[in-house]
Write a protein that binds this ligand. Structure first.
Ligand code: IPD
Ligand code: CA
Ligand code: CA
Length: 252
């Protein structure tokens, strides 16, 4: 938060992929604490940590999820950490320092927000749902998501594009969103949030309904109740059926 309040500058990692001193300081702190406590655990961190020595445990660390927001002073960002044991997610935490909200999940023990149990929403139709999505900066010209954004907007209460995938997933887990999807996320974006959704009673799959895995480039999360309907809509959109056309932009 002190970095955020000082409005520190940013650098470019890629085309429009931003990074700040806060991303690096956060990763350094988290990784040093994990190494001190559990020297044999593997660690994969977005800002370059690759401690991989074939251990049973593997951490996925996103030291600052929502860097573009952070760099522009928009207060939507978090820290996200997921832990795998033998390739299965067993623990996830997402911390939002702007609201002092800590989302946590342990495999088989449910999910909590500031230590109180949370559950996904009870909305049963897409038409009555609010959903989140996002647009990664990497290869943005190749991302077809704007078509999905348009079509699903017209079939629901609306879509939010807040800029932090881990918080979007935490919002599904806590019932603030009924669903969320995104193309091309990385393991550190999804590891914690996916377990949060599952432990809160939700479902996470790829866009064809097949099981999600950490290297999936497709993430579709929901409260379980609307999952089949969203999948059906995705099938239609991928096939180009029943699409609403975008209105013309040229003013006469
Ligand atoms: C990004 C955010 C954003 C999502 C991007 C991610 P970063 O993570 O989660 O919401 O749309 O795909 O890369 O770069 O801020 O850690
Ligand atoms: Ca991220
Ligand atoms: Ca990040």
């Amino acid at each position: 938060m002190p970095f955020f309040e000082r409005r520190i500058g940013f650098e470019y990692k890629g085309d429009i992929d931003l990074v700040t001193e806060a991303d690096r300081a956060s990763e350094e702190l988290i990784v040093s604490r994990i190494r001190a406590e559990w020297p044999h655990h593997d660690i994969v961190g977005e800002e370059g940590t690759r401690d991989i020595h074939g251990g049973d445990f593997r951490w996925y660390v996103d030291p600052l999820d929502g860097t573009t927001n952070f760099a522009h002073g928009y207060p939507v960002f978090c820290v996200s950490m997921g832990l795998e044991l033998d390739g299965n997610l067993i623990l996830g935490v997402v911390y939002d320092p702007t609201r002092d909200e800590l989302f946590a999940a342990e495999k088989g023990s449910g999910a909590t927000l500031n230590a109180k149990p949370i559950h996904v929403s009870s909305t049963t139709t897409l038409a009555e749902s609010i959903l989140g999505t996002g647009f990664p900066s990497f290869k943005r010209h190749k991302n077809p998501n704007i078509h999905f954004y348009h079509q699903i907007t017209l079939r629901s209460h609306g879509i939010r594009r807040a800029g932090s995938a881990a918080l979007d997933l935490a919002n599904v887990a806590s019932g603030r969103f009924d669903g969320y999807w995104e193309f091309n996320l990385n393991p550190w974006d999804t590891a914690a949030g996916v377990l949060l959704v599952q432990e809160a009673g939700g479902t996470v799959t790829r866009f064809d309904g097949s099981p999600f895995d950490i290297d999936s480039k497709e993430t579709l999360a929901s409260n379980s109740l609307i999952h089949e309907e969203v999948l059906q809509n995705f099938r239609e959109i991928f096939a180009g059926r029943g699409l609403e056309q975008l209105p013309p932009v040229i003013r006469k």
